[in-house]
Design a protein around this ligand. Structure first.
Ligand SMILES: C[S@@+](CC[C@H](N)C(=O)[O-])C[C@H]1O[C@@H](n2cnc3c(N)ncnc32)[C@H](O)[C@@H]1O
Length: 230
């Protein structure tokens, strides 16, 4: 049975508490400082209060903290593993060289095609990037998967909730059954739900207690065993 363990706290501090080479895949989706700019212009999804979250806006993760984050992600990953970073078109230019500096090989941005247009004035937004990094060398499970992943966006969920189907593809591609998937900015826990549904174990954290409890409920509903309540 897929097991999961959740924590509430700052991503970097939580990663620092993890042993070296202890996870098989990191997928994560931090709240970039560029979101503030989009919000100021009114061109991003409004992260207003939702049923799922009492925080009006996410706390932003500043670009100046990327190196610390990437050092820890690289350290906790086992040898020959992958790292996926959800990213917008501004932050990718900052994040890519910093991740390379700490030792990751950058392959390419994957495009998540949300299949319907969203907000924006300079061509309305239909995609997001997912930067694909590698530590060492690991083959993808299937060579038939394209670099454009077409999955409809989630409506009415946690702010910026990512679809479980999209996460399942990344997990199938980069892990085997019983391996460990980690997300240090897990939000509603979509990466964790996908991990459990794919028979992988999950370690996740978020700064906000509401998110952690929401994720816990979703992971239990998906059939995961909560290591906290053994
Ligand atoms: C873009 S959302 C993640 C959404 C998630 N992928 C999902 O599908 O629901 C970013 C999350 O990072 C959390 N966060 C903000 N600052 C953080 C920090 N320093 N450490 C950990 N989590 C943080 C926010 O509470 C938010 O839930």
């Amino acid at each position: 049975m897929a097991q999961f363990e959740l924590a509430c706290g700052d991503a970097v501090a939580w990663l620092k508490s993890m042993p070296d080479a202890s996870v098989d895949l990191v997928i994560t989706d931090p709240p970039y400082e560029s979101l503030e700019k989009h919000r100021a212009r009114g061109t991003t999804t409004r992260l207003k209060e939702s049923k799922a979250s009492s925080n009006k806006w996410f706390s932003i993760f500043p670009n100046t903290r990327f190196v610390d984050l990437f050092v820890e992600v690289h350290r906790v990953l086992k040898k020959d593993r992958h790292f996926y970073l959800f990213c917008d078109q501004e932050t990718m230019f900052v994040a890519k060289p910093l991740a390379e500096e700490v030792g990751f090989k950058f392959w390419k941005p994957l495009v998540w095609d949300k299949q319907k247009i969203g907000m924006g004035y300079h061509y309305r937004a239909r995609y997001e990037f997912i930067l694909f990094f590698e530590k060492g060398k690991r083959n993808l499970a299937s060579l038939k998967v394209p670099d454009i992943l077409e999955v409809p966006r989630v409506h009415g969920g946690y702010p910026t909730e990512k679809p479980v189907g999209l996460m399942r593809t990344l997990i199938q591609q980069s892990t085997r059954v019983d391996e460990v998937v980690m997300d240090p900015f897990m939000g509603s826990g979509s990466a964790g739900v996908a991990a459990v549904l794919e028979g992988r174990h999950f370690r996740g954290s978020d700064l906000h207690p509401d998110a952690v409890e929401l994720a816990r409920g979703r992971l239990v509903d998906a059939g995961g065993a909560d290591l906290r309540v053994r």
